[in-house]
Write a protein that binds this ligand. Structure first.
Ligand code: 4NP
Length: 145
């Protein structure tokens, strides 16, 4: 199973989602490949935001070796499921889809809600981690079936 997590910069939210879901899948002995990407190009090659690295580390998850990349059209055929953090990500990723099949792979990580962008608000990293962690737990149960 190949799962792609997507946000805007690929330095705050989607690196957390990648780290958390990969961690939970590994714990269960599942052979899943989790990756992440951004819709924007500002941070290509960059490390995850130190605030995301810190909050993940506090929960025993190391995301420090990830590097930011921008989503490509090929990702939409390559991955089985693509989870985006907010509605703007959704719009940008859907624009890359070249078939109804690819469009159907794209979903908000939290059905009917968004993971807020914590980039300009230090206080959001902890709640964002908690939201993503809770959702990844549910996702694991759902996708395992
Ligand atoms: P992310 O957060 O999409 O969760 O990685 C952001 C990171 C950087 C910027 C915006 C959001 N930025 O504007 O540089």
């Amino acid at each position: 199973m190949k799962i792609l997590m997507v946000c805007l910069g690929n330095i705050c939210r989607s690196p957390l989602a990648e780290g958390i879901l990969q961690h939970l899948a590994n714990e269960q002995g599942l052979d899943w490949q989790v990756d992440s990407a951004g819709t924007g190009n500002y941070h290509i090659g960059g490390k995850p935001d130190p605030r995301s690295v810190k909050v993940a580390k506090q929960h025993g998850i190391d995301i420090s070796r990830q590097r930011a990349r921008q989503i490509t059209r090929e990702d939409l055929s390559d991955f089985d499921h693509i989870y985006v953090m907010d509605k703007s990500n959704y719009k940008n990723v859907v624009a890359l889809a070249s078939s109804a099949d690819e469009k159907e792979k794209i979903k908000l990580l939290i059905t009917g809600d968004v993971v807020p962008d914590p980039y300009y608000d230090d206080a959001l990293f902890e709640p964002v981690f908690d939201m993503i962690y809770a959702e990844c737990g549910k996702l694991l149960t759902f996708l395992k079936k």
